[in-house]
Structures are given as structure tokens and as C-alpha cells.
Design a protein around this ligand. Structure first.
Ligand code: FE2
Ligand code: FE2
Length: 262
């Protein structure tokens, strides 16, 4: 199978609104255009959270309008900038109980979409209710290849802000639960606004860039370091019987189909 990993699109209320001098709506639109042109055979597109910047209803409306015309199923997640009730007004189908958590099956593979949002906070977690939901799914799909998708990073990133005010606060309970199952193959996450590959024991993890602004890796600084000078990108994930390959695609410049502009 093949799927697209998009993250942190940070849509604003109207398409012409700018964030750090760039238009998130335009950049997202161009990502979808590029996906349609070059990866129309993808089984799905996942967006690992921060769908909006301010949880504006207009931003969710734009998201719905843009993905409805894509022709590939899109599976969105909550990020710390999102708001569940506003999201559900436009996407009521992505819900189990009180959270934006759900399951999708692709032959022998199972994707578990997790909700790490604590509304109004930059950090994320899985409360007892969400951990119980995850445990139920892990039990149910114990003999399948399981992939987790979530916004917050369940490991230390080495980025000061992301590991303090913006961290994932259920890591201990999360990994303890996962240690009881050998079905989890990989975890896809967002939030960092930069690509990252990692392992926790035998479980591999990866993040992709934002389609809007990026975060520079400055381990010597304790200040947030945002940048718009790095190109936006999405990842193409190819899963074969035994292999997984992840390609970062800088869609504004690759393939020669579009120029770098905002
Ligand atoms: Fe973000
Ligand atoms: Fe985030």
C-alpha cells in the first residue's frame, strides 16, 4: 500500500489570511494538487493534526471543501491547535465516544488514529479513557500489523519547547501498554514541524514537515525557533510485505510542476 503523510497545515479563517507571511490555505491546496498529479494511486492521505491554527470554523470548512475534491480518502487527526466540537460540525464521521479516535483497515494492516489533544494546551496526552480505547483496539487487532497515528511525539525530541510545554505527558503509560503487544509496526506523528526518525526499543517512529512553517533544530537554544525559509513538504509512505520506505517530497519545487512561491 501507499499513503501520504501530511501534517500541521494550520489553516486560518479565510483562504487569504497569512501566518508568518505565508498563506496556509494556498500551501495546503498546492500540496493536494501535487498529490493528485503524482500520487493519485495512494490508498489514503493522513493529516497528523494541527488542521487549523485557531480552530476557526472557516478553517475546518476550507479543509472539508479542499479534501472533498481530492478523490483519495483523507483521515485527519486533532492537534493542540484544534477543537473537537468545531471539527465535528464538519467531520462527524471521525468520532468514537468523546474523542477524534478511529480505526481504518487496509487488508492485513490496521491504522489506529489517536487523539492526544488537551483543548487549550500545547502539550498532549492520552487520558485513562483514551488509553483504554487504545488497549481495546490493540487486543482486537493483536494478530494484525498495527500502525499508530498521533499528533504529539511520544518520545523526547531534543527540541526544548517540544519537550517541555509542548510534550506528550502519557509516555510512560503509553509505552507500558505497547510493550504488551508486538503488533505495533510504526508510529507516525506531527507537531514538530520537521522530519524526524526515531526508535523506542523495537518500535520505529517518524514525523514529517508542516505544509506551512517549519521548526529549526537548535538544541543549544531554549527559545522557539520558527522558520519559513525551509520548504513545506509531505511524506509518501510505501508499505510492502516486509519493507517500509518513507520519502519526503518538497512539493513546491519537485517534479518541475510548480515554482517556489507563496
Ligand atoms: Fe503545528
Ligand atoms: Fe502541534
Amino acid at each position: 500500500m501507499k499513503f501520504i503523510h501530511l501534517s500541521d497545515i494550520h489553516l486560518l479563517g479565510t483562504p487569504s489570511d497569512k501566518l508568518y507571511g505565508i498563506k496556509p490555505s494556498k500551501r495546503f491546496k498546492r500540496a493536494l494538487k501535487n498529490i493528485r498529479a503524482h500520487h493519485s494511486d495512494a490508498d489514503c492521505v493522513v493529516i497528523t493534526g494541527d488542521l487549523t491554527n485557531n480552530a476557526d470554523p472557516g478553517a475546518y470548512a476550507q479543509l472539508k471543501k479542499q479534501i472533498d475534491g481530492l478523490g483519495i480518502p483523507v483521515y485527519p487527526l486533532m492537534g493542540n491547535h484544534d477543537h473537537r466540537k468545531t471539527f465535528w460540525k464538519f467531520f462527524p464521521e471521525f468520532r468514537d465516544g468523546n474523542f477524534v479516535q478511529y480505526v481504518r483497515e487496509f487488508d492485513n494492516r490496521v491504522f489506529l488514529f489517536l487523539d492526544t489533544l488537551v483543548e487549550g494546551e500545547e502539550y498532549g496526552l492520552l487520558c485513562e479513557e483514551r488509553l483504554a480505547w487504545l488497549e481495546k483496539q490493540l487486543k482486537r487487532y493483536a494478530d494484525r500489523k498495527v500502525y499508530l497515528l498521533m499528533h504529539h511525539h511520544p518520545i523526547r525530541s531534543g527540541l526544548y519547547r517540544m519537550d517541555t510545554v509542548g510534550n506528550f505527558r502519557s509516555a510512560k503509560a503509553f509505552w507500558k501498554l505497547l510493550s504488551r503487544y508486538d503488533s505495533v509496526q510504526h508510529i507516525f506523528f506531527g507537531h514538530l514541524h520537521r522530519p524526524m526518525q526515531a526508535f523506542h526499543r523495537s518500535v520505529s517512529l517518524s514525523a514529517t514537515r508542516s505544509t506551512t512553517f517549519q521548526v529549526a533544530y537548535r538544541p543549544d537554544e531554549t527559545a522557539e525557533h520558527l522558520t519559513t525559509s525551509v520548504q513545506p513538504a509531505y511524506s509518501v509512505v510505501k508499505l510492502d510485505e516486509e519493507d517500509m520506505a518513507i520519502h519526503l517530497c518538497e512539493y513546491l519545487g519537485e517534479y518541475g510542476v510548480s515554482r517556489v512561491e507563496d
